[in-house]
Design a protein around this ligand. Structure first.
Ligand code: NAD
Length: 521
């Protein structure tokens, strides 16, 4: 039982423990110890911080039985929750938003410790939770159906939207809390209950978020089981996916995960909402404001250490400006501060783990073998006191063509730059990848911008002009096409996926005319 962690890990454990305490989660975080060979550890989850690359603690890991119990409780809670008036459900979400405002810094600190985000981005993630609560509170008084003219006299045709049931949420490590809130704030006002299987890499942020919601629920006299978190890995995820009582399975993660999940949910007749990987590109046209473009590109490509689903991974630049753009990016990248995400001034935190850094290095090797040139970055960065962490310098790579490695999502800060001559060529390159999440064009030419936004332009779910690919607001529907999964979350009419539509025909006449003029006896 020898302690095996660095002083930094001990500091992170203390900080996480204190933040959890302030968030109302009493969970003793104990130092992991060397396990005895031969004793199974399969029911224990190591919580590793990417800041040090070491386990800060261990937690019991939920398996299929725990998921079964959580779904049973959520199904039971649904029977009461579905009949709570929408605005009263909204009041619970409003209270969650207030608690998030109160505990913004505490929750952001856990996000930084578990996901490695710089403080400003971690605070931004919690702000996004607050914003979606506001949106959902508004929805709680406006969710509604339409009435349509009936072809029959004395008849009324209308639709209602009813609560759907239990919503299963599976989330990725890189948005450890916001993705849950996009789903949960909306699902709750829609009258659904939620079982959440967060990423196995970010369980503490998840437990803290759910503790705030459970506080809001119990304060208002509702069952806590309206929202449950199951801390586990793939086994727990698979159990949630397969459970017939889960009416909607909303899963965020890699394309691989989506391909495994979708057939299972489809086979049991469930609904799924998938938010999977992106391979996002920006076109830089000859007329672009290059100062603005470079600022937008650097945030989108290097921000969050390239670990957003909307991170910019491909840059398609007109041949007349490509050398200038690459030179500007080289200068900007050379000055990017990489290091402890809690430190003032740091803009690039760590990759999630050593495996991610190895995949980045392998992608750069493949790009070189394909004729690419690494213009800047791509190196491991040593950070004092954190020998086990996976820090890197963000890379820009000139590519002669859109080869295999460019067409895959490597979840790291690698920006491939390719040149184009005509807008048609740029759009063809842009769309010639399996994924379809986010896209952008930098241009001051109104016609070019409109073509890119049109049906003949970008094939993505998110298409921007003179702004990067990442950093969406919650008012719009969020999601992408093709192998990104087709789901839409958050704003606009995304709420419809969390409800079931019922069509009603009401006859208030004394006759019984049949539709389409059918005669029957
Ligand atoms: P991941 O696919 O490894 O894991 C995501 C979640 O799925 C985890 O909770 C994991 O336990 C679970 N999971 C994995 N396999 C499963 C299975 N067979 N059945 C059930 N659950 C399973 O992804 P990650 O590394 O955590 O996150 C990075 C990926 O997520 C990137 O590809 C990124 O683009 C994507 N992402 C997409 C969005 C979006 O909105 N489109 C948002 C964030 C992240």
């Amino acid at each position: 039982t020898t302690p095996r962690t660095t002083p930094l890990t001990a500091e992170l454990r203390d900080a996480a423990s204190a933040a959890l305490g302030r968030l109302g989660v009493t969970l003793p975080l104990v130092e992991p110890v060397e396990t005895t060979p031969g004793i199974s550890t399969s029911s224990t989850l190591e919580v590793v911080s990417p800041l040090s690359g070491e386990a800060i603690t261990t937690l019991p890991e939920a398996g299929a039985t725990d998921v079964d119990a959580a779904v049973a409780a959520a199904a039971e809670a649904f029977r009461a929750w579905r009949s709570v008036p929408g605005p009263a459900r909204g009041a619970v979400v409003k209270r969650l938003g207030e608690l998030l405002v109160e505990h913004k810094a505490d929750l952001a600190e856990l996000v930084t410790i578990e996901a490695g985000k710089i403080t400003s981005e971690a605070l931004g993630e919690v702000q996004e939770m607050i914003d979606v609560c506001d949106l959902a509170v508004g929805l709680s008084r406006t969710l509604g159906g339409r009435t349509m003219p009936s072809e029959r006299p004395g008849h009324r045709l209308m639709e209602q939207w009813h609560p759907l049931g239990v919503v299963g949420v599976i989330s990725a490590f890189n948005f450890p809390v916001a993705v849950w809130s996009w789903n949960t704030a909306i699902a709750l006002v829609c009258g659904d209950t939620v079982v959440w299987k967060p990423s196995e890499k970010t369980p503490l942020s998840a437990l803290a978020s759910n503790a705030l919601l459970r506080r809001a629920l119990t304060e208002a006299g509702h069952p806590a089981a309206v929202s449950t978190v199951v801390v586990g890995g793939r086994e727990a995820g698979e159990a949630l996916v397969a459970d017939r009582r889960v009416a909607l399975l909303s899963a965020t993660g890699s394309e691989r995960m989506g391909q495994q999940v979708a057939p299972v949910v489809a086979a049991r007749g469930g609904r799924y909402l998938l938010e999977l990987g992106g391979n996002n590109a920006a076109v830089v046209a000859p007329s672009a404001d290059l100062d603005l473009a470079v600022r937008g590109i650097v945030f989108a490509a290097a921000g969050t250490a390239g670990q957003r689903c909307t991170s910019l991974r491909r840059l398609i630049v007109h041949s007349s400006v490509v050398d200038d753009v690459v030179a500007r990016l080289e200068r900007a990248y050379a000055g990017l501060p990489v290091g402890d995400p809690r430190a003032d001034g740091t803009l690039v935190g760590p990759l999630t783990d050593a495996g991610a850094r190895e995949r980045m290095a392998a992608a750069l090797d493949e790009a070189r073998a394909d004729g690419g040139t690494v213009v800047v970055g791509g190196d491991a960065v040593a950070v004092d006191g954190a020998p086990g962490a996976a820090y890197v310098s963000p890379a820009v790579v000139r590519m002669p063509a859109q080869t295999g490695v460019v067409r895959r999502e490597t979840f790291a800060p690698v920006l491939y730059v390719m040149a184009y001559d005509t807008l048609d060529e740029a759009i063809a390159l842009h769309n010639d990848v399996p994924q379809g999440l986010s896209s952008a064009i930098f241009t001051l030419d109104g016609r070019e911008a409109e073509v890119f936004l049109s049906e003949a332009g970008s094939d993505c779910g998110i298409v921007n002009v003179n702004i990067g690919t990442s950093g969406a607001e919650i008012g719009g529907a969020f999601g992408g096409e093709k192998s990104t999964g087709g789901g839409r979350e958050s704003g606009s009419d995304s709420w419809k996926q969390y409800m079931r539509r019922v069509t009603n025909t009401v006859n208030y006449s004394t006759d019984l005319p049949l539709a389409q003029g059918v005669n029957f006896g």
